[in-house]
Design a protein around this ligand. Sequence first.
Ligand code: IDP
Ligand code: MG
Length: 142
Amino acid sequence: MAIQHTLSIIKPDAVAKNVIGDIIRRFEENGLSVIAARMLRLSAEEAGRFYAVHKDRPFYKDLCAYMSSGPILAMVLEGQNAVALNRQLMGATDPKQAEPGTIRADHADSIEANAVHGSDSPENAESEIAFFFSDLDLHSRR
Ligand code: IDP
Ligand code: MG
């Protein structure tokens, strides 16, 4: 398994609940390192660009409003198999389907306000990381 980078976002609901530390602890305890981090608030237009792949889905407008409703913490995680490992730690999109002990099982409010984002492939990780960070922002531990 190769060392990978992936984009993680702690979404507005989880930032508002003050569980940033709990979420990062889970990453670190499972072998992922935070190599870049930035708190920001997206505009609805920026959220729309980030989630452009979902533009034809019925929930797109609500999703953009929710993702721009408060600050988020965007991070780059580094580690063995980081893309799939992060998805495993996150749990299923719908917290009702998420495995017990996952971030979404423990912190998500709904299928929309589900605490975290994680890239779903190495290719998407690369473009999602570039949405928030430049190469100079990444501090690899390799
Ligand atoms: P993922 O975050 O697990 O990769 P995606 O299918 O890529 O899930 O959806 C992106 C985000 O859109 C979800 O994390 C969630 O916030 C929202 N979303 C997905 N499906 C629904 C839905 O059926 N209703 C409302 N919001 C949804
Ligand atoms: Mg997705």
